[in-house]
Write a protein that binds this ligand. Structure first.
Ligand code: FES
Ligand SMILES: [Fe+2]
Length: 360
């Protein structure tokens, strides 16, 4: 997972003037939000981060149970993160101040000199895991999960490993997720061609589905134009989890993209872009030498291409998102797509949203 990219963007973002917050949305809508990949947690042993305005830690015990918890020791308040000296020993998180030990349920189970106080318990978050991506629930006023993430998509040897890009910038998860129904900007900002909605956007509780086809022309070596014709099916589960299934018709390629918007501190968000591609057995046409590559390499190479395209697209949006203001009553035109429907869908993620900010 690339953290240097997010550091680059962070440096750029924080130099910019603060967004005028007149009409701003509450910064932390309720939902499931990405914490880290299991692989990253295992590699680091203990991670700390600022997540939806909270200081959190995450670690994994020897049985593979992941714990995401507030990074505050209930004993007398030390921070528990690795930068302060917190560490994981035998699957338990050990506080750097007096050595209290916590298991992955958050319970204090040992101290160096006395029996563990039963009331010493970390505030833990409900977690879910999808293909090694760990999510935690952020509830309004601490309330428990109100809905579920989808079941894990089937995977296997034919799918390449997940690729990650993380971009950090000034933004809001509702604004970034709105892109999936804002069809007008796809052509205007990203240069997509012939964007066609397929059916209408559907909403079922916290789940929103949107489908569209488009064309994309790529110039190879400054001479030859290759036309791609993807169909995209977007599954949105709240404002922290968007999952897009792509089928590209001209080469018969299947890809999956995740766009995981994660508020940091009320101003910045991490947009975590994840993708993988299924084996391309018989490309329907020649694509930049892909047909000559061994089959095992084709989909990996294609994942790199998709990752760089997706990053380039998102950076085109970031320039706009960073200075954009939320308009509770947007003045829409016919070609905009179902932005009003999307806004009404979003309402459920702010149980306490003031009337002045409610979508009409
Ligand atoms: S503050 Fe954590 S053990 Fe004392
Ligand atoms: Fe976009």
């Amino acid at each position: 997972m690339s953290l240097t990219e997010s550091a680059d963007l962070r440096a750029r973002s924080t130099d910019q003037p603060a967004m005028n917050d007149a009409g701003a949305l509450p910064p932390f809508p309720e939902g499931w939000y990405f914490v880290a990949s299991r692989e990253f947690i295992l590699r680091e042993k203990l991670i700390e981060k600022t997540w939806l305005g909270e200081e959190i830690v995450a670690w994994c015990d020897d049985a593979g149970r992941v714990c995401v918890a507030d990074a505050v020791c209930p004993h007398i308040g030390s921070h528990l993160g690795p930068e302060v000296g917190g560490q994981v020993c035998n699957g338990r998180l050990v506080c750097p101040f007096h050595g209290f030990e916590y298991d992955t349920t958050g319970q204090c189970v040992a101290t160096p000199n006395a029996p563990a106080p039963r009331a010493a318990r970390l505030k833990v978050y409900e977690t879910r895991e999808i293909l090694g991506m760990i999510f935690a629930w952020f509830g309004n006023g601490g309330r428990p999960p109100q809905w579920e993430l989808p079941t894990e998509p089937t995977t296997g040897q034919e799918w390449c490993e997940l690729g990650f890009n993380i971009l950090r910038f000034r933004g809001h998860p509702q604004e970034t997720t709105e892109n999936s129904v804002d069809l007008g900007h796809l052509r205007y900002v990203h240069g997509y061609d012939k964007v066609q909605p397929v059916g209408s956007v559907t909403v079922d509780g916290a789940y929103l589905k949107s489908c569209f086809d488009f064309k994309r022309v790529r110039r190879i070596l400054g001479v030859k134009d290759l036309v791609y014709e993807p169909s995209a099916v977007t599954h949105v589960y709240g404002l922290g989890y968007s999952f897009v299934e792509i089928h590209e018709k001209t080469i018969d390629m299947n890809a999956r993209l995740w766009v995981l918007a994660t508020p940091i501190d009320g101003t910045l968000i991490d947009l975590v872009l994840v993708s993988h591609v299924r084996e391309i057995r018989k490309p329907r046409r020649f694509i930049s030498g892909l047909g000559f590559l061994p089959m095992k390499l084709r989909h990996r190479l294609m994942n790199h291409i998709i990752m760089s395209q997706q990053k380039r697209d998102v950076l085109q949006d970031v320039v706009i998102w960073e200075r954009k203001q939320y308009r509770p009553i947007p003045r829409l035109c016919r070609a905009d797509g179902p932005i009003g429907k999307y806004r009404r869908y979003c309402r459920q993620f702010y149980p306490d949203l003031p009337r002045s900010l409610r979508p009409q």
